[in-house]
Design a protein around this ligand. Structure first.
Ligand code: PEP
Length: 254
């Protein structure tokens, strides 16, 4: 597939996998995906498995991401994880503002923007998630919601920082539901997001930023989604938990 930007496909394992299960999955992926050069491959396991997974993928084309990070660098923040701790395990990417954290932990755009600054400050790359709920889509609010989330979550980001930022468009109604935005809906939202980036930064930044699609991506729909001009990869939940399905999503996207 001929793409303007290199595809980046990341697996968000959420709160799944013990160390033994994580190693099993990642060892399978290493074998299945050893020859893939066309896609940046990322796995985002739970914190408790980062150390072992990091070691297991050392000599591979798979990169490591975390699912969250504190906006603080050090101190009395019980239960939080700082950038310097992630860097000990060669983490390169950090998912920020996933809709589950926006919903259950009440994370705001303002907090996400501060976390993004901490991620950049540590020379890591944020994967910033945005997306509308079903009620917002049905109420004709999709574009207003996306623009508000982008302007809030990316507030304070410089053009240089944006070049290191990955965005993930994840319609909340498509996450873990088996419902996927069809390729046309995904392209429309991605093109809108790129337009907002053009207004917030400039055309060069807008053309450079990679925008992943997330929401029930599976081997059978990956190719059509990835073939859309403004879809530059995927953030995969459920289907990233099995070697076969995650590997097939990546292979089918090439
Ligand atoms: C996600 O949670 O980021 C996600 C896209 O999940 P799923 O692929 O399971 O819909």
């Amino acid at each position: 597939m001929n793409k303007e930007r290199k595809l980046i496909i990341a697996g968000n394992w959420k709160m799944n996998k013990t160390v033994a299960e994580a190693l099993d999955l990642v060892r399978g992926l290493k074998i299945e995906l050893a020859n893939v050069k066309e896609v940046d491959i990322v796995v985002c396991p739970p914190f408790t498995t980062l150390s072992d997974v990091s070691e297991a993928i050392l000599d591979s084309n798979i990169r490591l991401g975390a699912q969250n990070m504190s906006e603080h660098n050090v101190g009395a923040y019980t239960g939080e994880i700082a950038a310097v701790m992630l860097k000990e395990f060669s983490v390169r990417y950090v998912i920020l503002g996933h809709s589950e954290r926006r919903q259950y932990q009440k994370e705001s755009d303002e907090l996400i923007s501060r976390k993004a600054q901490a991620v950049h400050g540590a020379s890591l790359k944020p994967i910033v998630c945005v997306g509308e709920t079903l009620a917002e889509r049905e109420g004709g609010q999709t574009e207003a919601v996306l623009e508000r989330q982008l302007r809030g979550s990316l507030a304070g980001s410089s053009k240089d920082q944006m070049a290191e930022t990955i965005l993930a468009y994840e319609p909340v109604w498509a996450i873990g539901t088996g419902k996927t935005a069809d390729a046309g809906q995904a392209q429309e939202a991605h093109a809108f997001i790129r337009g907002v980036l053009g207004k917030m930064f400039d055309e060069t930044v807008a053309r450079r930023v990679r925008i992943q699609y997330g929401g029930s991506v599976k081997p059978s729909n990956a190719r059509e989604l990835m073939s859309q001009p403004d879809v530059d990869g995927a953030l995969v939940g459920g289907a990233s938990l099995e070697t076969r399905s995650f590997a097939d999503i990546i292979k089918n996207s090439i």
